[in-house]
Design a binder for this molecule. Structure first.
Ligand SMILES: Nc1ncnc2c1ncn2[C@@H]1O[C@H](COP(=O)(O)OP(=O)(O)OP(=O)(O)O)[C@@H](O)[C@H]1O
Length: 714
């Protein structure tokens, strides 16, 4: 039975197609299923025609609607066709005539290249290369090496003429995507071995499968990272009707290998820079685990903030159609999970306090007990030594190591600190209060007593969790294969916790992987944001003592350079923001695709008030969540964690705000904590900037943030 598969290129443009055209696609797809091959070619409504001027006879067009045609790859033998693009009649003919399909000799996947555009571009690029006395971009790689990675003769010839990244950028969009990806990675410093292992090996078929140069039918079925074989009408409706998210249908082979691996022998971890698809992989892992789940077993899918919890919920609903299966996944923040454990156990729940309130209670303790330490020192000793090591009594505290702390404390004075901690917890408990890590520590203890309620725990945004929260998660699932799946990026650590997973009983040795391809932001935005962190080493997620790096993280998307704007005063900065937002809106960006982020809640309120006065629809991320349509999202940089928008304005990136002095421990209190806090503030700006997909605008009044100045961005 013939069938019409969908190419990723067609899917990517789905959102710009009108409803009647999508309906036409549906009808066409159904006809392919209903007719035999001879009927298909004879059908007068479909008109599955070859093109007179086509460079490749396998490229045909098919009627989609009155003025619309689909460009189709029609294999000479076999019954699986691929819809490559849907365009107005004349454009479809012109585009189709220039495309050429081939089978990659290394991966045996189908590839489509825009041979017409390639021929147009070649003389210009070759001319440039001849004029410049530069080294060839791929000089260090032999033809044999390049061929082993799937670079075919045509691409090889062109690649040999390239002398700069800019020339590769010009060629990349018209080369077969898999080959252009290989060249991109080699050009950015990956070795042949790395590219083979991370990119090519997962696409390549076993060597003992004989290579049949004309067998497009088998090659199409093999190309799962770019061609979707849709088998049921409901599946097609889901792709056509929902806003198209490529990640639901097409995973990168590296992502696929991690998400669908048939069983990790223990906790597994993925790391990767911003926008590399860690959340996407975590969601697919949940889908995989749901397929393995025995009766009465459940999964916990957890993250850091409420907006992210909502994003995970809607992501999972998009990915898993079976509602009963989705109901077997509890989705919540780690903190609300801890709260749930406590209330279910019948223990009186205490309400966690903000940092400011906490400090005021420490001040009371200092005054009452006439201590010489600052409230900040005591708060940190409690958080980073006592709660971090799960210390429950004075003897344990006396024996506890303070390694990693940058403040001195004579062992003889530990009893005094212990008394202060006791008084602090008493004062809070009297008012029904606690701190967040305290709540997590209690939940972990209760779970250890009651036993683990879950079969699998999947953790997103793992980089900011406190050791007590890790203990809660560890206790939520028994130690066994596939117990914990952890996703995070240490470059996005914006709170003050640094954790060694091993120390909390989670070893990911031999089960960790990295994602390097950024799917979200343009290379311009990614490069701009990465400049903020250059020369600032960041420790690995698992706290192994090794460093993590963003050097190999790249995006294949191109766009405009981020815009920065200095303002005389707050009023002018708001005027400029309004102008920028109006510019985006009038260029056709929907309001909900825009985010404005600031360092402080107070500034969020000011921005919201101004936008409302200007009749620009706006919503607060904190009170109205991520779901509201038709309004610009305004929120703090902390609340922007994990989210994304087409256009992002970072408002108030001034000295005095980023870094915020109150959020940075003075070096005289603790010099190590000072460095950690300063780095967290730097990462905060990095996180804010990397939320932008296409356009980034950064503004300030007075002196720009020292982070911008140091990176040469202001
Ligand atoms: N295979 C894919 N195909 C298409 N789009 C993808 C793919 N993987 C991820 N994306 C898209 O890339 C963007 C970033 O993905 P995701 O949020 O999972 O990244 P992340 O690594 O968790 O980001 P961050 O750490 O910055 O929060 C999303 O828009 C997602 O839909």
């Amino acid at each position: 039975m013939p069938q019409l598969a969908l190419d990723i290129g067609f899917c990517r443009e789905l959102d710009s197609l009108q409803k009647p055209v999508k309906k036409g696609v549906f009808r066409t797809w159904e006809k392919f299923r209903a007719l035999t091959l001879p009927q298909l070619y004879a059908d007068r409504g479909l008109r599955l025609e070859s093109l007179e001027t086509a460079l490749d006879p396998k490229i045909r067009t098919v009627r989609i609607g009155d003025h619309w045609r689909g460009v189709v790859l029609a294999p000479e033998a076999g019954e699986t066709f691929v819809l490559l693009k849907v365009l107005p009649h004349d454009e479809a003919i012109a585009w189709g005539a220039k495309q050429k399909a081939s089978i990659n000799p290394a991966t045996r996947n189908v590839e489509i290249r825009d041979i017409g555009r390639l021929e147009e571009l070649t003389p210009a690029v070759e001319g440039l290369a001849a004029g410049a006395p530069a080294t060839a971009l791929f000089a260090e790689f032999s033809d044999k090496e390049l061929r082993s990675l799937g670079i075919d003769d045509d691409t090889l010839r062109r690649a040999r003429t390239l002398t700069s990244m800019e020339q590769l950028d010009a060629f990349a969009p018209v080369l077969p995507p898999d080959q252009s990806e290989v060249l991109m990675y080699l050009a950015t410093g990956w070795t042949v071995k790395e590219v083979w292992k991370d990119i090519v090996a997962h696409r390549a078929v076993a060597e003992d499968v004989p290579l049949e140069p004309g067998d497009f039918e088998s090659a199409i079925r093999r190309t799962s990272s770019r061609i979707a074989l849709v088998t049921a009408p409901e599946e097609l409706s889901a792709i056509l009707d929902q806003p198209f998210s490529a990640w639901r249908v097409f995973l990168h082979p590296t992502q696929h290998r991690i998400a669908y691996r048939s069983g990790y022998s223990g906790p597994a971890q993925i790391s990767g820079g911003p926008g590399t698809g860690k959340t996407v992989v975590a969601l697919h892992r949940v889908k995989y685990l749901l397929g393995q789940l025995a009766k009465d077993e459940r999964i916990l899918l957890t993250t850091y903030t409420k907006p992210l919890e909502n994003a995970l919920r809607s992501g999972l609903r998009q990915l898993v159609e079976d509602r009963a299966a989705v109901d077997r996944v509890d989705i919540c923040t780690v903190d609300s999970f801890a709260h749930r454990v406590i209330t279910r156990s019948g223990t009186r729940p205490l309400k966690p306090v903000s940092g400011e309130v906490e400090e005021s209670y420490w001040q009371r303790v200092v005054d009452e007990l006439q201590l010489s330490w600052t409230p900040q020192f005591l708060a940190q000793e409690y958080r980073h030594v006592i709660l971090a090591q799960d210390i429950e009594n004075e003897t344990a505290y006396r024996n506890a190591s303070r390694r990693g702390r940058g403040s001195a404390l004579h062992p003889n004075r530990k009893p005094e600190v212990w008394r202060a901690v006791q008084r602090f917890t008493e004062l809070l408990a009297d008012k029904g209060l606690c701190t967040y890590p305290q709540r997590a520590a209690l939940a972990a203890r209760l779970l250890r007593e009651s036993g683990p309620p879950y079969r699998h725990v999947v953790v997103d945004e793992a980089q900011d969790l406190h050791p007590a929260q890790w203990r809660t998660l560890r206790a939520a699932v028994a130690e066994q294969p596939d117990d914990l799946f952890i996703a995070g990026d240490p470059h996005q650590r914006i709170y003050d916790s640094k954790v060694s997973l091993k120390a909390v009983g989670i070893s990911v040795a031999g089960r960790s992987a990295r994602l390097r391809k950024n799917y979200r932001s343009t290379q311009e935005i990614l490069g701009w944001a990465t400049a903020l962190l250059i020369g600032r080493p960041v420790g690995e997620l698992a706290g192994s003592g090794h460093e993590d790096t963003l050097a190999d993280c790249r995006s294949a998307l191109r766009g405009t350079v981020p815009v920065t704007a200095a303002a005389r005063d707050a009023e002018q900065e708001l005027d400029q923001l309004v102008k920028q937002l109006r510019g985006w809106l009038s260029a056709g960006v929907a309001a909900e695709e825009i985010g404005v982020t600031t360092r402080f809640n107070r500034a969020v309120e000011t921005v919201l008030a101004r936008l409302r006065r200007e009749d620009i629809p706006a919503r607060s991320l904190r009170s109205e969540g991520t779901g509201a349509k038709g309004a610009v999202a305004v929120g703090t940089m902390h609340a922007f964690k994990g989210l994304e928008f087409r256009c992002v304005a970072v408002h108030g990136a001034r000295q005095g705000a980023v870094p915020f002095p109150k959020a940075v421990t003075p070096p005289e209190v603790d010099r190590v904590q000072h460095d950690t806090d300063l780095m967290a503030e730097r990462c905060l700006l990095f996180v804010a900037a990397t939320r932008a997909r296409e356009q980034l605008y950064v503004s300030w009044t007075g002196t720009p943030s020292e982070f911008l100045r140091e990176a040469g961005l202001a």
